[in-house]
Design a protein around this ligand. Sequence first.
Ligand code: NFS
Ligand code: SF4
Length: 627
Amino acid sequence: MERSVDRASQEMLDRAKQAERQTVWDRFEQQDPQCKFGSEGLCCRVCHMGPCRIIDKKSPAGVCGADADTIAARNLARMIAAGAAAHSDHGRDVAHALLLAAGGGGDYKVQDPLKLRQVARDYGIAVDGADDAQVAKAVAERALADFGQQEGELALTERAPARRVALWRKLGITPRGIDREVVEIMHRTTMGVDTDYRNIIRQGLRCSLADGWGGSMIATDLQDVLFGTPSPLRAQVNLGVLDQEMVNIIVHGHEPTLSEVVVAAAHDPELQKLARDKGAKGINVAGICCTANEILMRHGVPIAGNFLQQELAMMTGAVDVMMVDVQCVMPALSDLARHYHTKLVTTSPKAKIPGVEHVEFSEERAMEVGKEIVRRAVENFDQREGAPFIPKEKMDLVGGFTAESVFNFLGGTYRSTYRPLNDAIMDGRLRGAAGVVGCNHPAITHDWAHIEMAKELIKNDVLVVTTGCSAIADAKAGLLRPEVAFELAGKGLQEICETVGIPPVLHLGSCVDNSRILMVLSNMVAEGGLGEDISDLPVAGAAPEWMSEKAVAIGFYFVASGVYTVLGSGFPIAGSQNLTKLLTEELEEEVGGRFAFEGDPVKAAQLMIEHIEAKRKALKLREPMYA
Ligand code: NFS
Ligand code: SF4
């Protein structure tokens, strides 16, 4: 199997081989064969009577009597809890930064007062007569309270269509408080509590909603408030954005509270001068993973690569500092860094790596820390060992779409309406829309599944929205350029891209920005003509190369919101037929969405298109114009 379809990555993998450097792909091979009990969800380590493994006839239950269904469901629910916790803890930090900004302390300022007021209204906070600081304080406090709320409902869930809100209430899965739903999963899945796999998954759905319509949505909205709501812009992507003659700083991780100040610090005249004194032409910041998506969306800062490229970027020998914060950071970077001049720097008190330099970030001293990191990079520039090897590949892209901006463009004029999008779907120029999101996985040829799926969808007049590492994969393949529509999109989608000047694949941001997709779906329902609920819409979702627990939480909140969602590889639950049936069939009755598992990205796209067609039929829409 080829490791990557990305040329730049292939070149770096060749270099790695010559230099006998290990990568994630090698370690993945070393893990072969992976434990069957774990991968089928049949290993339980919840108490010290275990670990227990389910073996059909020999041991059909663990020491306590828990069976395959219980054990697989508990394991999966804990993945949801972890994923929701990661997104939500990120959201919490942003809310904290907003509170600081409201108090006038620290280095953050409200940059989108309009969005601030919108969020305030959605929280039911009175804004008339209040100044920005007062509104920001009220919003930040309200958002922070959402995490610890014990009773009632998360306010932002009311952004969903009324039908959906009512359904959640009926099912008892409206989230009460963000932290509470995570804690309740941990409680229910500990030894001797919830044994009913259906009941466990119910709580899983509730917790995932606390992520999508809670923690992640708070992260997205308050980041827009603090750092500005993105608008479409041009940028570049892939390892070729590293510049041999510049100080290269890679920001890797997730929280823009830090990457934003690093980008600003890189413009500091004093540091710029220092860089020139060191013989560099300037300071170049580039991103990896979702913090890259954040600063791309708002500033057009180039992206060096996605999840599976983190080691490859370091192997160029051109990275003077790789700064990491939280999530998706491979511990392997620390060993690898010993072979290069690259300074690896951890920054979060939540995420240290043994033997790695730590420059502790806090929102209170944001700019000071940002400058310190840039300074270390500049001072490291002349420590490079030999000439770097930077692949030439880089690609242009247009990114920066949001739920607010994206479909305004479909009308050709800037107005806040989803009418043109809904009309295009209703008159059959567009068949529907699909969200393709998520990670890379070394078991799947890097980027291949994302790209092939997106191509198949746009060929069939399905508009694609994308986030996370999937967006970066598509970007590298050139799918985020408006002109690619003429080459690869169906005729209907081509017409739309041409009229509006948008690419057929729209970059909506980082993984917490999947909450933007939830808002797009809500807005489509609100605009009218496509049914009463998200589950009526001709849309589908997919994560063709997922690996993170965060992707599990995302998949669940899409399904719980009524979206048919196809995963490139199944959840680790194959040992429980009942649970598999619940997630891939029966859930649809309950919540209007369900999962499908399909490893072939083109087949997966066809499943999505079939689903979209079924929804079109149910809505009695006309046949697609260019079928
Ligand atoms: Ni999402 Fe973004 Fe990438 Fe996966 Fe990791 S960076 S938060 S989890 S690997 S898409
Ligand atoms: Fe085994 Fe039950 Fe303990 Fe799990 S909870 S380790 S199945 S005894």
